[in-house]
Design a binder for this molecule. Sequence first.
Ligand SMILES: Nc1nc2c(ncn2[C@@H]2O[C@H](COP(=O)(O)OP(=O)(O)OP(=O)(O)O)[C@@H](O)[C@H]2O)c(=O)[nH]1
Ligand SMILES: [Mg+2]
Length: 181
Amino acid sequence: MFLFSALYSFFSRLFFSKTAEITIVGLQASGKTSFVNVIGSGQWSEDVVPTVAFNLRRVRQGNVTLKVWDVAGQPKFRNMWDRYCRGVDAIVFVVDSHDKDTLPIAKFELHSLLDCAPLNGVPLLVLGNKNDLPGHASIGELIHALDLDKIHNRPVSCYSCSMKSQHNLDIVMKWLSSRAS
Ligand SMILES: Nc1nc2c(ncn2[C@@H]2O[C@H](COP(=O)(O)OP(=O)(O)OP(=O)(O)O)[C@@H](O)[C@H]2O)c(=O)[nH]1
Ligand SMILES: [Mg+2]
């Protein structure tokens, strides 16, 4: 019986596994690396080293493997974002919904990225992170502040979440897994 179930799981992984390639961008300290740490190993930390250039991680979720590009958000790295977004199954744009002063810069950087013609049609998921902190922007405020209703050349979704409390990460993972083929 054990042998049968081991063989079954081996072959189902071999024949029914799906993959999705995802790129995560957003301003520095919005929580991109925290996101990858939490979905990759369940590890939350207050002390995360700012990313230099990018990290590549593979995350397994059921029969789906996500190949995740975690790209640095400091200004000097932002001109690399479009290169990492080409040909992927989804772009995840993370914002710090608690730091409302940064939303205008986030809007500018998001729209500059999406204006890049080769990225037309690539689905976009916007995460309003840090919703564990009081006074964070709601979904409605994020849609307005980031002009998400003016994006017409791709499917767009927006969730409010927290890497710290893991609020809504289940629906985020469902969304990402549904991009796999
Ligand atoms: N309260 C709270 N803090 C968070 C949350 N997510 C991330 N942080 C904190 O925000 C800080 C920055 O997180 P990072 O994951 O390094 O941010 P990043 O977007 O990868 O930053 P760069 O690599 O510089 O682009 C860290 O101190 C995290 O602990 C969250 O959901 N809630
Ligand atoms: Mg990082």
